[in-house]
Design a binder for this molecule. Sequence first.
Ligand code: ADP
Ligand code: MG
Length: 591
Amino acid sequence: MGRIHVLPDILASQVAAGEVVERPASVVKELMENSIDAGARRIVVEFQKGGSCLIRVTDDGSGMDRTDALLCLERHATSKIRESMDLAAISTLGFRGEALPSIASVSRFRLSSRRREDEAGTLIVVSGGKILDVEDSGDAPGTRIEVADLFFNVPARRKFLRGELTESAHILQQFETLAIAHPEISFTCRRDETEVLRLAATDDLAVRIRDLHGEEFLKRLVALAPLESQGVRVSGWMARPGEGRSDRSHQMLFVNGRMIRSPILSQPLREACDGTLAKGLHPPAVLFFEMDPSAVDCNVHPAKREVRFRDPGIIRSVALQAARSAWERSAPLEGFSPRVGADPLFPPISPQSWKSSAHSTQYELDGQMHDSGRVAETPESISNSISASGRDDSTFLARYLGTLSGRYLLFEEKESLLMLEIRAARERLLYERFLVRLSQGELESQHLLLPEILEMSSADLAWIEAHRSLLQAAGLFAEPFGQGAHGVGSLKVDAVPADAATLPVMEIVVRLVDELRTLAEAPALDRQGREALASTVSRIAAAGASLPDGPEAALMLLRQLLAAELPYVTPKGRPTLVQIAPGELQRRFSA
Ligand code: ADP
Ligand code: MG
């Protein structure tokens, strides 16, 4: 007898669930997408204990009759495609007929559904893929699906669920993504019996963006004049020039209603910002790309997060065109912009820029200058020529010459010219101090005289809540503070990292959250985690560095730097100090 056999249906569904249902948030995504496909005008999402205990999605969409309600639990049962031709032009979010049976096979599942025209609806009770009961139900028209005890029968998967707070944050992120794509639908979200979001239907995307992310965020965006080119329509909102964030969670790019992460879309946006945005920053955006469904293949990723474009070149060029056209229409916001958006490495350090929170909107771009100015020797050669005397105050003979463009300190030392980049030097010094401090506990924080209240999306709030101890280690003490009128929530900030306290609170929080979020799952505070945290906070805090006032302070900074463990580079490898040796100068001035 052969060894190969066909898997029973339930087992096959559980296997499929491995791909479709990564975590509770995936269930929320599939159920919400089904509701959207069913033409719902109103969708309510409820969950308990990070979704592992209960997820319930209720809609007022088309509903199903009894036959369909039973059929939709069969594998590969879908109303959305019929023949393979249809696969080439999918206009709905679902099409595989896989989600419901997969979810039902790994949970205690209840579906009740009723079409408007039917007198009674149907309730189906399923456990671990087995149908236990089918009966009439008296629910309102539409569909309600309850998923309880996710993975109760697949202990291996249940073990992989993260903490309740982390899973909740993922669910809210998913919820907000779909809500932003569908302003025309009203959404409610209840978490552990508390309403956390209520979004009224609107025909204005700006209203939905504001409801979710707050007025401040919206102000940083500019509306795109709708654009149509080469069969692709683009609409939405794009960051103003100079606005950037270090993670991409505020870049929401949709292709035919589906949120997609793809360099084909994000790179052109980044390219449009070259010259106004530092490396490593991404412009926030909410953009919708609409095209003939046959121009894009959505059947390439288990969770449909990726697509394949028939002609990526067209998409790229239209995305670039869209971003640029948005920019032609907009100037940076007065007295507003670089708070969050400016080049994090090289904004000018001037007394004004750190004393007032309303930074000037002007800043130079210095990538180039920095590069061409780097007539440096290798760090080792600097080290050879300075450290022998530099580490011993009595023989240290540097002479302070002055500052250059508010960013560099110039010194003469044994006929060499030393150029110190203030921010980089501070970053190195803070980093080493933070590392020591973190091995003993938390970084120092400074209490605010009055707590500051910031607007924040619920997903961001949930992330902050889930990573509170990490943020506290960084010196940031903040907690969610009730809900706003619509959906956007507030964060109450009580204390900030002491060394960053000259910066606006909003900037500190946004940069900390963004940068820590890019460290994938936030670091545990082992040695590596401490290094990552120290590096992040030192970079942020150094942005608040002021010019040393006077020669004494300048020399002190140089001396401190030279006494550091690794004086010549920042934790990220940027040079802190550049030396031009006498020979180099002579060469330059020779005929
Ligand atoms: P797919 O969405 O890929 O078709 P699903 O397993 O998610 O597969 O759903 C199967 C079918 O069940 C759908 O094609 C649709 O006909 C029906 N269905 C699922 N959810 C709903 C809902 N909320 N309202 C109406 N019909 C639904
Ligand atoms: Mg579906």
